[in-house]
Every structure is written in C-alpha cells, then in structure tokens.
Design a binder for this molecule. Sequence first.
Ligand code: BGC
Length: 732
Amino acid sequence: MEAPRGRRAALLAWLIGVLLLLAASPAHAAGRCGSHPWCDTSLSPDARAALLLDALTQDEKVALLAGDDLAGASGGPHQHTGTSDGVARLGLPPVYYSDGPVGPRQGSATALPIPMALAATFDTSMAFKHGDVVGNEVKDKGNDVVFAPTVNIMRTPLGGRTFEAYGEDPFLDAKMAVGWIDGAQSEGVIADVKHFAANNQEGDAGPVSNVNQPGFPLGAPPVAGNRMTENSVLDERTLREIYLPQFEAAVKDAHVGTIMCSYNRLNGDYACENPHLLHDILERDWGFKGYVIADYGAAHDTPGNLNNGLDFEPWPGLAYSPPLVKAMLLAGQSSPQQVDEHVHRILRTLFAYGFFDRTAYRDDDSQIDKQAHARTAERIEQSAVTMLENRGALPLRARRLHSIAVIGKDADGFITGGGSGDVTPFSFVTPLQAIRKRAGSGVQVSYDDGSSASNAAALARRSDVAVVFAGDYETEGTDRACLSLECPNTNGDQDSMIEQVAAANPNTVVVLESGGSVLTPWRDRVKGLIEAWYPGEQGGPAIAGVLFGDVDPGGRLPVTFPRQEGDIPTAGDPEKYPGVAENVKYKEGVLVGYRWYDANRIAPAFPFGYGLSYTRFRYSRVRVRGRRVSFKVRNVGRRRGIEVPQLYLGLPSPGPGVVQPPRQLKGFRKLVLKPGASKRVTFAVSRRDLSYWNIGDNGWVVAPGCYRVMVGRSSRSIVRRARFAAGGGSCG
Ligand code: BGC
C-alpha cells in the first residue's frame, strides 16, 4: 500500500536531514578510534596526531616512547616480539610488533626461503610475494608492525646475519627491499627496514664459534668487533653508494613506515643517536616521515637519543625508561618539545597507515591459509635454486636410474639460520622425502647421514648417482670463524666427506644449503652442484623439482663465491675485519663484493649474477639510444627455461682518488622463455645510475666521460658491450 503523500514528504525530509547531519559531522572510519576529535578521517595524519598529542599528559607521552613487554622477544606462541600498551583512557590501542625477515617469530609460521634465497630469484615479484606472506601472517598473529626486511649489505661472507639479507649489491638489495616492503605493507602492516646503518658484522668469536648450532641462541659471544660496540668507520661516498641505497629506496620508493637503527656506532656515534644518519640523511635528505625504532638494547644515552632522532624503544625502555626521561627533562638536558616531536612521529605514522581506522588484528593462526603460503614458499624456492655446475649429471632421469644415494644430515631435516630470523615451520618436507616421492617406486633411494665418510662413500659406490647435501649454519649474534663447511663443524667434516663420495662415484651431485657464500674446494670433482640456500619449509619438493628437471633452476648468485678465504674483501687486515680496538675500517671503500674481485682481478669460484639453466640463450641486436639499452634474448635450447639478463655500467673516474668499480649492476630482468621464443629487453638508465657521490659537493654527480655498457648473464659473463658519453664528456 502506498504511504499517504504527507507521510512520504515527512520521511524524505527526515532522510535529507540525516544525510545533512552526517555530511556536517566529522568523517569517522569504521575502525576502533571512536568519536574523539582525532578520529576525523578527513584530517591529515599530521593534524590528527597533533590533536591526540594535545590530549596526552606529559607522563603518557613519555610512556609512549618505549615498549612495555620484556618477555615477548623470546618468540613463544602468542608472544609479540614487542608491545606498546597505548593509552586506554584515550582509546589509543596497544601496538604489537613482530620479527622478522623470514616470517613471524611468534610460535610457528610458514618458514619461507631465507632472504638470501629471495635475492637469488632476481625477481621483484617474488619479493612482493615473500613480503605479502610474512605481512599476512604477522597480521594474523595480531601484530601491527613487522621488524623486516633486513637490508644490510654482505660486506664479509663471514657475517652471521648474511642469510637474513639480500647479498652484496646495493642495486639488487634495493629492488628486493622495495618489492618486499610493498608486499608486506599491502597487507596493512607497517614494515620496519633494518638495521640502519653500516651494521655489517656480528663480531668474531674465534674458533669457539664452532659451538654454534641450531638451538644455541645467538651463538658464541664475540671477542672482537662486537656489533653492540664496534665503530664502523667509512667515508661518506662509500656510505651513500654501498650501504644506504637500499634504505633510501625503502623510504622513497616503498614508503616504509618505520626504520630500525642498529647496534653499532657509525663514525663515532651510536646509530640510534647519530645526527648525521638520523637527521641529515634520513629526515632532511630523504624526507622520512615515519618513526625510528631502536634495535633491542641499541639506545644508550637518553639526551643523545632524544636530541638525535630516536623515536621509540620497542623493549621496556633503557634510554627511554620513563624515570630516566623524566629526570633528563627535570635536569633540562632534554626538552618537552623533543618528547612531543617523537610521539608526534609515532602517532602520525599510525594514523597514516590506518592503524586507528580499522579493527584490531586478531592473534589466531587459524586465519592463515597455510597451504597457499606453503605453495608460495615452494615457488619462491624453485625460483631461487641456483645451479653452479652441471657436467651432464642433471637433470636426473628417474626412468634411467635404478638407485640414488642421498647423503648428508641436511637431506633429512629442516635447515635455517639462527636469531631473530629463525622461524619454526608449521610443517616441512625434507629433500629426502621429496626425492623418494619424485623418484618413484622403480628407483631405490637409500640414505646415509654422512657422519662416516667411508660409509657414505660405500653407499655411493653401490648407487647410480650420489646426491650429497651439505651446508653451513649462520646465526645472528656471532660471525663464522671461517668460510668452509666446517665452520661451525656441527655436521662433521663435510668437505672431506664430499671428496670421498665423489671419488667413489663419478656421478656425484652436491646440493648446498647455506646462508651465503661458502668455499667449494671439490667443485671440479663433482658432476653437478646446486645452491639451494636455507630453502624454507617446502625446500624438499623445490629441490627435487630442480634435480629431476621438472623446473628450470631460476636462481642467480646475489653474492660472490670466492676460491679461497684470503680473497674476500675484508681478508688479511684486522683493521678491516674484525676491527682493532672496536674500530672497523671499511678500507675497501666502494669495492665491496664483485666490485672488489673485478678491481683486483681476482678470479672467483662462482661470480655474482651467475647461475646455469637447463637450456641455452643467445643475445643479439644490442641497441643504445640515449639512455636506453635494449637487446634481444632467444632461447636456443630444446626446453623451456629461465634467463636473467643483467645490465652493468662502468662509470668513468672523475679524477685521481675516486676509484670506480669496473662494473656495477644497474638493471636485471627475469625471463621465462619457451624453446625458440625470444624477447626484447629494455633498460632505461637513470641519472642516478650514472652518478657517483661527490664528497666535495655533498651530492650525486654525473662525471663527464665515457660510460661503458655491459650486458651479461653474470658479472663475469658479459655477452655484449657498448658505450655512450654523458655529463658533457665524450667517448673519444
Ligand atoms: C635484532 C633485531 C630484532 C630484535 C628483536 C635484535 O637482536 O638485531 O633484528 O628485530 O632483536 O628480536
């Protein structure tokens, strides 16, 4: 029945009134903020932060500078790595923090391949997926901020946290970091890029570090160059060109919400009270508007931290313990304005990233799609497995084999690094299980743990092929005592075991599960060598897929594998590493990683960017037009495969004293091509790609001269060269 006209008009008037009222009242989001003035979502994050700041008492502000939970860092189920209680009186909710770069460290989680493996994918879409999975799980465990990614450059492969980061090249590192942060922040959590900056070693514990093994937290304590006290001494150019670009990209390109200042000192000042780092570079040069979080125990000096840019200590405060801060305020050593500035930055970030305008995340693992995440872990690992040698042993052909000897402890377990990057997997599949399954019932797969080299060799002798698993163990808190597989020696003498197995069976394939570069003295005596990194919970199937040729090995090396330890950039000079009297002098300057090997003409065992495919590719038709470099890549083999063309530039030296590395990575692309298929690849070279940091000008400068263009399939396999002039110079 139709409503009488008068009633309809009244209804309409009421509706219009309601709509007008809604339009006039502040815009409140569906979240938990309530109806406080700062909940008006039409205001800017800065304006909202200012309103909330005004409502806080001085004590409440001081309390917001530090965390409130000590025990969470232990990483048990339902324990957030960090907690800030918030201010219940004003409806400011608690903020929860979790590690880390491999996955949440809060009970079990999907154990993804380590970040070093991710870097080996040379694929930013994989970085996004990795960050997305970690972000999602961190969220579903009730956290708001994730302490990741770790982007410190591998200055020395001895570094205990090598596995946690993206290798030795700042360009690759920056691209991976941006992909990862985009992925994590797409889930609605705030990323925390770490550790800012020049935090490139844990410290040397000497031979004692051979006790390091899974379950021994943070390893043997360092006696020299301890990350907690060492002073990284480096020039501004090296800092800007090698150690900072990945942080800069995280801030400028990925809009990371927070950054973690590191334990070490940088040119004299601790990183969390370093005005050059936090004020000049981060705030002024890069325009960072998020907040700076101290690493756990990295803040030492209340006024120093308050004056120089530290916003938040995630553990119960040391430097920012409320009584200390208040005492400093009373003594006039710090000002209430400084406290306000730090709290403003924290609140502004929380507003900007939607923290108030959504419901709280629930800590409930049942929300996690574990199967989908396991599939992602497997895909990333397939894309990360790096084939270093293949003298015809691979792929294994199940139909032609009768017996496979699988050897080594690492074949039968879950391998990863230690410390805050250590993740307890929801579940895992070992390489042995996966090889058995893939080989099928027609092939006899026998296993020996390799603890007795002669038993392992005897099994190998009776088998058609021997697949030996070997690896290292890296952990936060202490560096490795040497670069061989015997440091630490938890798995016995793996090198001599490999030698003996290879002598017993010419068809020996080695699969390494390491966190970074290791020595491979037997590499010419084995028929195949695969680097699988710490492969995550689905490492088994991914490795088996590559061994049997179901997938092409997609990885390329994000680090140089040296022939001997004496070749690494930090070798032979204790002032360089581990440091003398806690000063670590970065004397190699910008010659880090492959830049060092290239400049000093040292042949590596396997170079940066290197990795084999099961098929072959041909490069042709290189064109350089202006600053665009393009070329064609064709799959000239007989199967579908993966190629990673890389662009390197050789910059001219602007004058004496400014050493330029022979080549620097400035572009890469991951291609999957069918047999016969080809693709034109184009790299646009930016002004920044051509620039070096000019200390005199305190800025990026393009030197006049001739720029060498190198296109290759690794840093040492350059297939096409060209040149162009820039900066007003010529190629005479
Ligand atoms: C590590 C950080 C980590 C923190 C919390 C520190 O020892 O250096 O990377 O986020 O612990 O676990």
